[in-house]
Design a protein around this ligand. Structure first.
Ligand code: IVH
Length: 665
């Protein structure tokens, strides 16, 4: 059976490689899924043949709480940047002088994602670590395993027993666009560019979510003692043979002109690539010559980056408007004469805050430079002062809220101006209602942002508690509502009364109280009444609740408008305390204990064990360290975890022992 399992694994690695690296599938998707399922079943039946790098391990299931910090064997340095052909020539000249011999320069694309370091031992992926501060990075192996173009096992031969390969993790434009569209619909904050989206995704706590984001990776730099060649370009070719995705935009150049040609070609052609690039990287090809040139404190002397110029357009600043967001923050927006930039028409640009307006010294009618530089929202990067009309009035930040007229405030040390009238300023009111009804909060069916606005404009709701007084008849009278949609709305509202307390607490929109904090507070205080009575010291005694959150909670309950809203929500029957079934299951039996879960179980799922640990006051962690108290071990546990636990003297317990510990056997 072991042979059958291993041959299935080899086949699936191969199909995966042809699909994700070569873009040339060998078999149909259905056939692939079928074989993968077959392997999954066999692995379940024969756990003794467990392999952490099996193709089945790409869809991680356990949630990593925090990432382990790993020291890089070789520091991850950055590259110094150049911005013109002249500066490239300076680099070339420096190298020529220092080497005093013939040399080749390899030109590559500079991929604009987040860098990663992968360690392979005996052909298997051991570890994936982020750049971090260059010395130490986060161990994101479980997340990286979900990236299909990264081989878990190498193919071919001649790879060193141990080596490191570095590259860039990227979110393709198409994935980025879809993700942002989804986030827009869910009213979540948009990612500014694919680089941020890729970096954010890599740090998600749940590998399953990472898998859904469909990241890609290009590898471009090998490190180790026994690399197959002493030329960088040859090593890249080997890496490609071992199954890595290596860019085919790699060129060996023996003259400055060759380099310029490469730059010019890709400056245009890069726009047709599926991923973002922001320049060219030039590297001395010979590893011996690289060694001779060495490093400065920050970057290698044998390589340099040439950054593409961001595309720029010049247009006229017609006016500046000020938008008030949900939190009351006021954002200045430049209204521009429409101009074409990188294929789209630009009419508006964010000016962020008063300091930016001041530093640009903006005047109405100014000719301004706009750039997109990898961001989706264009920026104003400068003003052509030579073309300024004398009549152009200086742009000043406003003193009062454009929506409600309140005097704006600016907290010391913060860049933004705020409208303090949180209970009377329309966009803030509607914003809070929108948050209350959103999917992760009360999740009210048939109720979205537009409906919230409509109901508010028609005077039917002024705050979240009014939602529960809405009558079918009055909703029906509104434009855009028919019998069925009005009915849906009312029943959606009725159903939301079953939403558990922790989500109601999140839905209230207390500043800094996100989903996780709401869960913690709900568990610690059990009811809104207890939370209302809590003073700052009690609040900050809770794990991970700091001064800033504590203060915000105290402030929220000191506002009588909020107290009134809560009392009306209570009357309406919204859950403002933990339900009995939830309380029954809570204890502090595991208080102060950190427990790692590994393997598969028969009595509960891993997720259920995680909840059991948390409900009993313990902490579930994704990886074993000196702080781990217990390793809850199921079948099929990873040998690396077992070894580490034994080494650190961590006590290993079975699921039965664990259930006895919490009195749940
Ligand atoms: S080589 C010693 N090659 O650019 C430096 N880097 O500022 C080795 N990057 O952190 C890096 N494409 O994240 C190299 N083809 C490429 C690259 C590349 C993108 C990134 C990488 C690095 C940063 C340097």
């Amino acid at each position: 059976m072991q042979n059958k399992i291993e041959s299935l694994r080899l086949d699936l690695h191969k199909y995966n490689y042809h699909y994700y690296v070569q873009n040339a599938p060998l078999i149909s998707d259905q056939k692939f899924d079928f074989l993968l399922k077959e392997l999954q079943q066999l692995e379940q039946t024969y756990p003794q043949f467990y392999d952490p790098n099996s193709p089945t391990q790409r869809v991680g299931s356990d949630i990593t709480k925090s990432f382990n910090q790993i020291q890089h064997k070789y520091p991850m340095l950055s590259l110094s940047n150049t911005y013109s052909e002249g500066e490239v020539a300076d680099f070339y000249e420096r190298v020529r002088k220092a080497l005093n011999d013939d040399f080749e320069i390899v030109c590559e694309l500079k991929y604009d994602g987040t860098s990663i370091s992968l360690t392979y031992m005996n052909g298997a992926l051991q570890r994936a670590v982020t750049r971090g501060d260059g010395e130490k990075g986060d161990d994101v192996t479980e997340n990286v395993k979900t990236i299909r173009s990264i081989p878990l096992r190498l193919i071919g031969d001649n790879y060193p027993d141990e080596f490191e390969i570095r590259g860039e993790i990227l979110m393709p434009w198409s994935v980025f666009d879809t993700l942002n569209e989804e986030r827009e619909r869910a009213e979540e904050q948009l990612f500014a560019n694919p680089r941020n989206a890729a970096a954010g995704t890599l740090k998600l706590q749940n590998p399953q979510l990472v898998a859904e984001r469909k990241l890609d990776a290009y590898l471009y730099y090998l490190l180790g003692d026994n690399l197959p060649s002493d030329e960088h370009s040859e090593n890249l070719k080997w890496a490609e043979k071992w199954g890595f995705k290596v860019s085919n935009a790699v060129k060996k150049c023996s003259s400055l002109q060759d380099i310029y040609d490469f730059i010019q070609y890709w400056n245009i052609e890069r726009k047709n690539l599926p991923v973002a690039t922001d320049g060219i990287v030039l590297k001395v090809n010979s590893l011996n010559q690289q060694k001779n040139l060495g490093f400065t404190a920050k970057s290698p002397r044998w390589a340099v980056a040439y950054k593409f110029k961001a595309e720029q357009a010049v247009t006229t600043l017609e006016s500046v408007s000020f938008q008030v967001g949900r939190t009351g923050a006021v954002t200045p927006v430049a209204n521009l004469t429409p101009v074409l930039l990188s294929g789209t028409t630009v009419k508006r640009a964010s000016l962020h805050n008063a300091d930016i307006i001041e530093s640009l010294d903006l005047h109405l009618g100014d000719q301004v430079f706009v750039e997109k530089g990898g961001e989706i929202i264009p920026k104003i990067t400068g003003v052509d002062v030579n073309h300024r009309h004398l009549s152009g009035e200086k742009v000043r930040f406003i003193d009062t809220c454009p929506e409600c007229g309140s005097a704006l405030v600016r907290v010391a040390g913060e860049a933004a101006h705020y409208c303090p009238n949180d209970t009377g300023c329309p966009p803030q009111i509607v914003g809070r209602i929108e948050h209350f009804i959103s999917r992760k909060a009360m999740n009210i069916d048939g109720f979205g942002g537009e409906t919230a606005e409509l109901l508010f404009k028609n005077g039917l709701i002024h705050n979240i508690s009014d939602i529960y007084d809405l009558k079918y008849e009055s909703v029906l009278k509104l434009e855009r509502f028919a019998e069925k949609s009005a009915m849906n709305l009312i029943s959606g509202i009725e159903n939301s009364k079953k939403v558990p307390f922790e989500r109601v607490l999140f839905a209230l929109g207390i500043r800094f109280v996100g989903e996780t904090v709401a869960k913690k507070l709900a568990k610690a205080f059990k009811s809104i009444d207890n939370l209302e009575k809590a003073q700052l010291p009690e609040l900050i005694s809770i794990d991970e609740i700091g001064e800033r959150i504590g203060q915000s909670v105290v402030e929220f309950f000191s506002n009588l408008v909020n107290i009134e809203i809560i009392s009306r929500l209570k009357e309406a029957g919204v859950q403002l305390e933990i339900s009995e079934s939830q309380t029954e299951n809570l204890s502090e039996k595991l208080a102060g204990l950190t427990i790692v879960i590994s393997g598969t179980f028969t009595k509960h799922s891993r997720d259920e064990y995680k909840t059991l640990i948390e409900n009993n006051g313990g902490k579930n962690s994704g990886s074993i360290s000196a702080k781990t108290n217990y390793l809850l071990a199921g079948e099929n546990m990873g040998p690396a975890k077992l070894e580490k636990a034994t080494k650190l003297g961590v006590k290993i317990i079975s699921e039965d022992e664990f259930l006895t510990m919490i009195g749940n056997d």
